[in-house]
Design a protein. Structure first.
Length: 204
């Protein structure tokens, strides 16, 4: 089975309130590795599409001329979330419990192990170049100088976990906490926020 990534080429715009379905043209591009379970995706300023091939253990790129390249992770790693940053391509590596960096020019991959051994779930790039990530029970930050810091979050329920995160324009870290224990709606989420400026060590 060959999995694909999809791109919307044209969209007929229709007001949401009209109740009329908007038409779209969708083109699909096969992933370089078959059955690679593509998950995370991000677009570079030059239009290149970077994505993860999780089950294949590779980060891949679909260029604007429709050529592709793949970059295998070391040590059996599997990327999930991919983010384009000014200093390269960053990704989460669940099996190796690390935040990884790919230099697109050289293909070199470097990974930064999470000290607690937590599995990274989501990833965001801060305005200062820091890499913020979520894990099951908290959040972490990889500073531009390579310092890794983690903070545990008191969960509302014992089988909750932290999911996606985002940084707002005021420097606050927002995240959702998924609830799996049946209290409230199924897969209910709580929106919470932290204050990175209060959490960061002075020397970071």
């Amino acid at each position: 089975m060959r999995l694909t990534i999809s791109m919307v080429l044209a969209v007929g715009l229709t007001a949401v309130s009209s109740g009329v379905r908007a038409d779209a043209t969708v083109t699909e591009f096969p992933t370089p590795s078959a059955a690679s379970l593509p998950q995370g995706i991000d677009i570079a300023p030059n239009g290149d599409v970077w994505f993860s091939e999780t089950s294949a253990g590779k980060v891949a790129v679909l260029r604007t001329n429709h050529t592709t390249s793949e970059f295998p992770l070391p040590n059996g790693g599997q990327p999930t979330i991919v983010k384009v940053a000014a200093d390269g391509i960053w990704f989460t590596d669940g099996p190796d419990r690390a935040i990884g960096h790919l230099n697109p020019a050289t293909g070199q991959i470097e990974e930064f192990a999470i000290p607690s051994g937590g599995t990274p779930i989501f990833l965001q790039i801060g305005p200062d170049g820091s890499k913020w990530f979520s894990k099951v029970t908290g959040v972490g930050r990889l500073s531009p100088n390579g310092l890794m810091t983690e903070w545990d979050v008191v969960l509302e329920h014992p089988d909750d976990n932290i999911e996606q995160i985002s940084l707002d324009p005021f420097g606050k870290l927002w995240f959702v906490e998924r609830n799996f224990d049946g209290v409230g709606a199924m897969l209910d989420t709580m929106r919470r926020r932290g204050y990175p400026e209060a959490l960061l060590p002075k020397a970071a």
